[in-house]
Ligand binder design. Structure first.
Ligand SMILES: [Zn+2]
Length: 205
Protein backbone atom coordinates (compact mmCIF):
# COMPACT_ATOMS: atom_id res chain seq x y z
CA UNK A 1 0.00 0.00 0.00
CA UNK A 2 1.23 3.45 -0.85
CA UNK A 3 -0.04 6.78 0.51
CA UNK A 4 -0.39 9.96 -1.54
CA UNK A 5 -1.55 13.31 -0.26
CA UNK A 6 -3.29 16.32 -1.80
CA UNK A 7 -4.17 19.60 -0.11
CA UNK A 8 -6.86 21.53 -1.98
CA UNK A 9 -9.84 23.84 -1.86
CA UNK A 10 -10.27 27.20 -0.15
CA UNK A 11 -10.05 25.52 3.26
CA UNK A 12 -6.99 23.44 2.30
CA UNK A 13 -8.48 20.08 3.11
CA UNK A 14 -6.13 17.11 3.15
CA UNK A 15 -7.16 14.34 0.79
CA UNK A 16 -5.41 10.99 1.20
CA UNK A 17 -5.09 8.35 -1.50
CA UNK A 18 -4.32 4.85 -0.24
CA UNK A 19 -3.27 2.83 -3.23
CA UNK A 20 -3.02 -0.92 -3.63
CA UNK A 21 0.02 -1.01 -5.88
CA UNK A 22 -0.75 -4.43 -7.33
CA UNK A 23 -4.26 -3.62 -8.49
CA UNK A 24 -3.93 0.21 -8.77
CA UNK A 25 -7.18 0.47 -6.84
CA UNK A 26 -7.39 3.47 -4.54
CA UNK A 27 -9.32 4.29 -1.40
CA UNK A 28 -9.63 8.03 -0.83
CA UNK A 29 -10.12 9.53 2.61
CA UNK A 30 -11.96 12.91 2.41
CA UNK A 31 -12.10 13.94 -1.24
CA UNK A 32 -12.36 17.62 -0.35
CA UNK A 33 -14.20 20.10 -2.56
CA UNK A 34 -12.02 20.20 -5.63
CA UNK A 35 -13.12 17.49 -8.04
CA UNK A 36 -10.67 18.38 -10.82
CA UNK A 37 -7.56 18.16 -8.66
CA UNK A 38 -8.58 14.78 -7.27
CA UNK A 39 -9.19 13.48 -10.80
CA UNK A 40 -5.81 14.86 -11.87
CA UNK A 41 -4.08 12.85 -9.15
CA UNK A 42 -6.06 9.78 -10.15
CA UNK A 43 -4.94 10.20 -13.74
CA UNK A 44 -1.32 11.04 -12.97
CA UNK A 45 -0.92 8.02 -10.73
CA UNK A 46 -2.79 5.73 -13.11
CA UNK A 47 -5.09 4.59 -10.33
CA UNK A 48 -8.83 4.03 -10.02
CA UNK A 49 -10.71 5.52 -7.07
CA UNK A 50 -12.91 2.65 -5.94
CA UNK A 51 -13.91 3.93 -2.51
CA UNK A 52 -14.33 7.28 -0.78
CA UNK A 53 -14.31 7.25 3.02
CA UNK A 54 -15.42 10.38 4.87
CA UNK A 55 -14.21 11.32 8.35
CA UNK A 56 -17.38 13.45 8.56
CA UNK A 57 -19.88 15.10 6.24
CA UNK A 58 -18.81 18.76 6.26
CA UNK A 59 -18.77 20.35 2.80
CA UNK A 60 -15.02 21.00 2.76
CA UNK A 61 -14.35 17.25 3.18
CA UNK A 62 -17.33 15.83 1.27
CA UNK A 63 -17.97 18.50 -1.37
CA UNK A 64 -16.93 16.38 -4.36
CA UNK A 65 -18.35 13.09 -3.02
CA UNK A 66 -21.33 13.07 -5.38
CA UNK A 67 -19.14 13.62 -8.45
CA UNK A 68 -16.73 10.87 -7.39
CA UNK A 69 -19.71 8.62 -6.71
CA UNK A 70 -21.02 9.35 -10.20
CA UNK A 71 -17.63 8.20 -11.49
CA UNK A 72 -18.10 4.86 -9.76
CA UNK A 73 -16.58 5.33 -6.32
CA UNK A 74 -18.50 3.81 -3.43
CA UNK A 75 -18.98 6.44 -0.72
CA UNK A 76 -18.88 5.42 2.96
CA UNK A 77 -19.54 7.63 5.97
CA UNK A 78 -20.54 6.99 9.57
CA UNK A 79 -24.16 6.06 10.12
CA UNK A 80 -24.51 9.14 12.35
CA UNK A 81 -23.18 11.63 9.76
CA UNK A 82 -24.90 10.12 6.70
CA UNK A 83 -27.91 12.45 6.91
CA UNK A 84 -25.58 15.47 6.70
CA UNK A 85 -24.81 14.57 3.08
CA UNK A 86 -28.16 16.25 2.47
CA UNK A 87 -29.55 19.44 3.99
CA UNK A 88 -27.90 21.92 6.32
CA UNK A 89 -25.69 19.56 8.35
CA UNK A 90 -22.77 19.79 5.92
CA UNK A 91 -22.55 23.60 6.47
CA UNK A 92 -22.41 24.39 2.75
CA UNK A 93 -25.28 26.91 3.08
CA UNK A 94 -23.65 28.64 6.02
CA UNK A 95 -20.37 29.03 4.11
CA UNK A 96 -22.07 29.83 0.80
CA UNK A 97 -20.55 26.79 -0.93
CA UNK A 98 -22.15 24.60 -3.53
CA UNK A 99 -22.79 21.04 -2.38
CA UNK A 100 -24.07 18.19 -4.53
CA UNK A 101 -26.22 16.18 -2.17
CA UNK A 102 -25.94 12.41 -2.16
CA UNK A 103 -26.86 9.22 -0.37
CA UNK A 104 -23.92 7.14 0.83
CA UNK A 105 -23.40 3.66 -0.57
CA UNK A 106 -22.64 2.36 2.89
CA UNK A 107 -22.22 3.39 6.50
CA UNK A 108 -20.01 2.21 9.35
CA UNK A 109 -20.01 2.34 13.13
CA UNK A 110 -17.43 2.37 15.92
CA UNK A 111 -14.96 -0.50 15.91
CA UNK A 112 -15.94 -1.74 12.47
CA UNK A 113 -13.18 -3.09 10.23
CA UNK A 114 -13.52 -2.41 6.53
CA UNK A 115 -11.49 -4.32 4.00
CA UNK A 116 -11.38 -2.22 0.84
CA UNK A 117 -9.07 -2.77 -2.12
CA UNK A 118 -7.06 -5.16 0.07
CA UNK A 119 -6.49 -2.49 2.76
CA UNK A 120 -7.93 -2.78 6.27
CA UNK A 121 -9.47 0.31 7.85
CA UNK A 122 -10.50 0.29 11.49
CA UNK A 123 -13.17 2.82 12.38
CA UNK A 124 -12.85 4.74 15.64
CA UNK A 125 -15.89 6.85 16.49
CA UNK A 126 -14.68 10.24 17.69
CA UNK A 127 -17.73 12.46 18.18
CA UNK A 128 -17.21 16.11 19.11
CA UNK A 129 -16.51 18.06 15.93
CA UNK A 130 -19.71 16.50 14.58
CA UNK A 131 -21.64 13.77 16.37
CA UNK A 132 -20.73 11.33 13.62
CA UNK A 133 -17.03 12.16 13.18
CA UNK A 134 -14.65 9.20 12.97
CA UNK A 135 -10.94 8.47 12.65
CA UNK A 136 -9.46 5.62 10.63
CA UNK A 137 -6.60 3.36 11.68
CA UNK A 138 -4.61 1.79 8.85
CA UNK A 139 -1.45 0.00 9.96
CA UNK A 140 0.65 2.62 11.74
CA UNK A 141 -1.32 5.52 10.25
CA UNK A 142 -4.13 7.38 11.96
CA UNK A 143 -6.41 9.60 9.87
CA UNK A 144 -8.05 12.07 12.21
CA UNK A 145 -10.25 14.35 10.10
CA UNK A 146 -11.22 17.42 12.10
CA UNK A 147 -10.84 15.68 15.48
CA UNK A 148 -7.09 16.02 16.11
CA UNK A 149 -4.57 18.40 14.52
CA UNK A 150 -0.94 19.24 15.08
CA UNK A 151 -1.08 21.00 18.43
CA UNK A 152 -4.84 21.46 18.49
CA UNK A 153 -8.24 19.89 18.03
CA UNK A 154 -11.33 20.52 15.93
CA UNK A 155 -13.98 23.17 16.46
CA UNK A 156 -17.05 22.22 18.44
CA UNK A 157 -19.21 25.28 17.76
CA UNK A 158 -20.99 23.87 14.68
CA UNK A 159 -24.33 22.01 14.84
CA UNK A 160 -23.98 18.61 16.58
CA UNK A 161 -20.54 19.63 17.87
CA UNK A 162 -19.90 18.97 21.54
CA UNK A 163 -16.81 19.95 23.49
CA UNK A 164 -17.12 17.32 26.22
CA UNK A 165 -17.47 14.63 23.55
CA UNK A 166 -14.45 15.97 21.69
CA UNK A 167 -12.29 15.87 24.81
CA UNK A 168 -13.34 12.24 25.39
CA UNK A 169 -12.60 11.41 21.76
CA UNK A 170 -9.11 12.93 21.91
CA UNK A 171 -8.47 11.00 25.13
CA UNK A 172 -9.61 7.84 23.35
CA UNK A 173 -7.01 8.47 20.63
CA UNK A 174 -4.28 9.25 23.16
CA UNK A 175 -5.09 5.95 24.90
CA UNK A 176 -4.28 3.90 21.79
CA UNK A 177 -1.25 1.72 22.35
CA UNK A 178 1.98 2.57 20.59
CA UNK A 179 2.64 5.37 18.15
CA UNK A 180 1.00 6.38 14.91
CA UNK A 181 1.64 8.95 12.25
CA UNK A 182 -1.30 11.32 12.42
CA UNK A 183 -2.81 12.52 9.14
CA UNK A 184 -5.32 15.26 9.96
CA UNK A 185 -8.03 16.81 7.81
CA UNK A 186 -6.16 20.11 7.55
CA UNK A 187 -2.60 21.36 7.96
CA UNK A 188 0.53 19.46 8.93
CA UNK A 189 1.05 15.79 9.72
CA UNK A 190 2.15 14.87 13.22
CA UNK A 191 2.51 11.79 15.43
CA UNK A 192 0.38 10.56 18.27
CA UNK A 193 3.36 10.56 20.65
CA UNK A 194 4.02 14.23 19.84
CA UNK A 195 0.38 15.13 20.48
CA UNK A 196 0.21 13.16 23.72
CA UNK A 197 3.08 15.36 24.90
CA UNK A 198 2.43 18.78 23.38
CA UNK A 199 -1.22 19.07 22.33
CA UNK A 200 -3.06 21.58 24.50
CA UNK A 201 -5.69 18.92 25.13
CA UNK A 202 -3.13 16.54 26.64
CA UNK A 203 -3.61 18.38 29.92
CA UNK A 204 -7.37 17.76 30.13
CA UNK A 205 -8.36 15.16 32.68
ZN1 LIG B 1 -15.37 19.75 9.67
Amino acid sequence: MKLYHLSSGPLRVNTYFLVNEQTKQAVVIDGGENYKKVKQVEEQLGIKIEYLLLTHSHFDHAGNAKKLQDDGAKVYVSAVDENKLRGDGNLSCRFGRKFDELTADGTFTDGEKLNLAGITFEVIATPGHTDGSVCFLVGDMLFTGDTLFLGSVGRTDFPTGNRADLINSVKKLFALEGDYTVYPGHEEFTTLSHERKYNVFADYD
